[in-house]
Structures are given as C-alpha cells and as structure tokens.
Design a protein around this ligand. Structure first.
Ligand code: ADP
Ligand code: GLC
Length: 466
C-alpha cells in the first residue's frame, strides 16, 4: 500500500507537541507492515536534519488563482521518504502563531499532490492530520489542476485536537484553492466562516481521532468546540485509534540524554537520574518530585496545578515545571518558583534533552488536563517509571489504570487534583509505590497494534464494502 502522509510537524525535524511524535513514529511502523510511505511537511527555518534534505528543485503549485513555485527537498530515513516544502512562509521564528496561518498551511496542503507527483509517488490513500492539512480531502475531490491519478483519491483525516480548527474568510479560501462558488454552502462553511477542520470532517472518507474515549467525547458540546454537531453527523465514519510511543526514542535503557540507564528490574539508574536532575534544577533530591512537562495552555489544566502548588509543597512534594506557552501561566509559574527556592523550579522554554531528564528523574508527573485527545506525556512517564497523576479524560483514561499504573481523578478542579496527589504522596516510599512503578514500566505502548489498526482502516477505505 502506498500512503501519502501530510503533517505540519514531524519529529525529529520539527516539533511543538505530540503531533510531531505521532507523525515521526507512525510512518516508520507502517513501513514495518510493508507499506510505502511519503511524508510531506514544511521546510521550516528551524528544521533539525543532519545532513539537510537534498534540494531537488521547484514545483509549480496552483494557489491564489495562479501558479506559485515552492521548493522541494527530500531525504530518506528508516525506510520512510520525506519531502520538505520550502517557501518564505515557513522561514519564520515559530512554526505557528501568525495571523496568516490558515493561508500558509492552505498553500502547504495544496502543494502536496504536486510534490508527490513530481517525486513519482502515486498514493493509494492520503492521510492528513489536524486542521493544517485538512483542506486536502476537499482539494482531492474538487481541486483544479490535480496531477494525473490524484483526483478522487481516498483520504483519512486524523484529529489530534479539535480545539484548533483553522478558521478564516470563506471568499479567501475559495480564491486560494479556486473552488466553485457552490462550496460556500458546503462543509467548508461553519456559521459563516471557512473552517478547515470541518471541511476535512466533511470531505475525508474516514475520520480518526487519537483515542477511543476522545472519539466519544468530541461528539458532546462540552468537548466539541462547536464541531460536536458535525461530528455527530459524521459519527458513522469516525473512529478512535490510540496513539503509540516511539519506543526507540523513549527508552530509559538507552536514552542518550540520561546520565544513567535503567529498566524495571534495575532501578538504581533512576535514583541517579533523580539526583542529577535535582542538582541541575537546584532541588532537594530527598523529597518526592512531582513534575510537569507541557505546553502551558488552558487545555492542560496548568492553572489547576499552580493553584494547588502551595499545598503540594506543604504536603511534602517538590515541584519541577518545564513548559512554555501562555504568558500569564509562565509568570505565575515563575513567581511560585521564586517563593519556594529548593522546593520548586520553573524552566520556561522548550528543551528536548531536559524533558527526557525530567521524565526519568521525577517520581510522578502531573497531568490535570481539561481535555486530552490522547496524551503521550503519561505513556512516556509510565515507561520511565514515573507515575502519572492525571484527570480521567480522553486518552489519559484509556491508558492509565487507577492505582495500577498511576492515579486518576474525575473533576477538572485543583481540589480533586490535590486530593489525588496527596493520596499518591501517602504511598510514596512504600512497597505499593514500587509495585505501581514496576507495573507502569511493564505496559506496552509500542506502535505495533495501532499501526495495524490504521493499516486495516486504510484497506477498508480504499476497498469499501459494497
Ligand atoms: P500535546 O501534543 O497536546 O502537547 P502530548 O502529551 O501528546 O501533548 O505530547 C507532548 C509532547 O511534547 C511530548 O513529547 C512532550 O515531552 C513534549 N513537550 C511538551 N512540552 C515540552 C517542553 N517544554 N520541552 C520539551 N518537550 C516538551
Ligand atoms: C494533540 C493532543 C494530544 C495528543 C497529540 C498527538 O496535541 O493535544 O493529546 O497526544 O495531539 O496525537
């Protein structure tokens, strides 16, 4: 099977969150199942690739009512082919966060068929991810100047987060993608604005999301961010497939960022990792350490963690927070750390090596998310013998077993989080804690099962039953 996989971020080339982890790992597992795969992603200014992609030239892309050139670079790794889309639009400081983001990624999306054709790659199916590439199913159905063999290709959209939808003016989108006026009244239109994610929901042959629980939750107003009605309408083609972990990247037995390796039978290395981390963060290593590694946004319930921090420290936890995002949360986290030298450290920014060291060195990871489509955080933590204390929602609920591999609480409130964290603290240092750590570390979060589920879904989409 030949799969064209389109994503706005792909580890290790670019990353702001779990989308990159998934786009880095799933294609490799699909290759292991015998597929051929071409991954298309932007060539960001910050691209992490040594050696860099091989520049193969320009490709003409129909966009903005005309043709525009984008540059293409390619490289191959672990049997996966990657194509990077070069354009001044992607040569900015950050990956996202600009007023013209929808236009930037509409161009990216529109370039995918042209680039695949240029590389001689004729897919059987196209897999797009989140709003950034969600216009592609619509383009494949009704786009102009599609290369031969691309019109009408079956497509799958994976929703990694329904909160981000790619909203813009309808007339602009019709112009960029040169769509017939009748599309003003299609799935493109969400209460008078163009909505990239909704267009994907409508025009993709199948829609998946990254955990079974989240697939249910997003059909409810509480979690659907205004798309719950559309999601209920397309529920017959909506599936939940749990993410896996790249167990090569996340492996405490051979993690290049750790000073000591360890496994569930030999945890001495974890003790060394904790000492190293605490020295680095100037924390007292004799106390239990509760950490956060996260984008600092409302979704993640970081405010609930911060509201509970005084009490957590009083109860005996030391705290470490690694993250960046919302300025208010950043300031509040820094103020708290200043109040508790030796007991709380805040490290603002994105730091891949430090993230690995925190997962290894902490005793527990706080994940008080308001919603969580899947969450990789908790799976990484468990693999590193660090017990998640998480809200029972979405993928957290699907991957953590309360009092077996971590701790779950129901309500998104700092009170419930605090109660559960206090209970967890009462077990720290007992044989029960050690049992949970061992059990958590023995969980299998590899991609094998999930990649096979995607493979099955691709087949069912390409060859639907009559
Ligand atoms: P989301 O994609 O919603 O941010 P996930 O749990 O799926 O949440 O994935 C987050 C990924 O990003 C994990 O690999 C996590 O380690 C990483 N991450 C988040 N914040 C940081 C940070 N500040 N520094 C390094 N890695 C981070
Ligand atoms: C999104 C979600 C997160 C999920 C990730 C990868 O960023 O917020 O829960 O794990 O995508 O699918």
């Amino acid at each position: 099977m030949r799969i064209l996989f389109v994503s706005s971020e792909v580890f290790p080339f670019s990353k702001t969150g779990g989308l990159a982890d998934v786009s880095g790992a799933l294609p490799k597992s699909l290759v292991d199942l015998g597929s051929e795969i071409l991954v298309i992603t932007p060539w960001y200014r910050t691209l992490q690739a040594t050696p860099p992609p091989l520049w193969i030239g320009d490709v003409e892309v129909p966009f903005d009512g005309d043709f525009e050139s984008v540059g293409v670079g390619t490289l191959e790794r672990d049997g996966v082919r990657y194509a990077f889309v070069g354009h001044p639009d992607y040569q900015r400081e950050e990956l996202y966060g600009y007023p013209d983001d929808v236009r930037r990624f509409a161009r990216f999306t529109r370039s995918a068929p042209q680039i695949a054709a240029r590389l001689g790659f004729k897919p059987d199916i196209v897999h797009v991810n989140d709003w950034h590439s969600a216009y592609l199913p619509l383009v494949l159905t009704h786009g102009w100047h599609l290369p031969k063999g691309f019109a009408g290709l079956p497509s799958i959209l994976t929703i990694h987060n329904v909160q981000y939808q790619g909203s813009s003016g309808i007339e602009e989108v019709l112009y960029w993608l040169r769509l017939p006026g009748a599309f003003r009244h299609s799935y493109l239109n969400h209460f008078g604005a163009a909505n990239a994610l909704q267009a994907g929901l409508g025009f993709a042959n199948r829609v998946t999301t990254v955990s079974p629980s989240y697939a249910q939750e997003i059909t409810l107003p509480e979690y659907g961010y205004g798309l719950d009605g559309t999601l209920r309408h397309i529920a017959h083609k909506l599936f939940g497939i749990l993410n896996g972990l790249d167990t090569e990247v996340w492996n405490p037995q051979k993690d290049p960022y750790l000073v000591s390796s360890y496994c569930c039978n030999h945890l001495e290395g974890k003790v060394v990792a904790k000492k190293h981390l605490c020295d680095k963060l100037q924390l007292d290593s004799d106390r239990p350490l509760l950490a956060v590694v996260s984008r600092l946004v409302e979704q993640k319930g970081i405010d609930l963690f911060l509201a509970a921090s005084d009490e957590l420290i009083l109860k005996g936890w030391s705290l470490a927070l690694l993250g960046s995002g919302d300025k208010k949360l950043e300031v509040a986290a820094e103020q708290l750390a200043a109040k508790y030298p030796g007991r709380m450290t805040t490290y603002l920014g994105y730091d891949e090596p430090l993230a690995h060291q925190v997962y290894a060195g902490a005793d527990a990871l706080a994940i008080p998310s308001r919603f969580e489509p899947c969450g990789l955080n908790q799976m990484i933590a468990m693999r590193y013998g660090t017990l998640p204390i998480a809200r029972a929602t979405g993928g957290l609920k699907d991957t953590i077993t309360h009092e077996q591999t971590g701790f779950l609480f129901d309500k998104a409130s700092s009170k419930d989080f605090l109660e559960t964290a206090s209970y967890a603290k009462s077990l720290y240092g007992t044989p029960e804690w050690d049992r949970l750590v061992e059990h958590a570390m023995r969980q299998d979060f590899s991609w094998q099962v999930s990649a096979a589920a995607y493979h099955k879904l691709y087949s069912a989409t390409i060859f639907p039953l009559p």
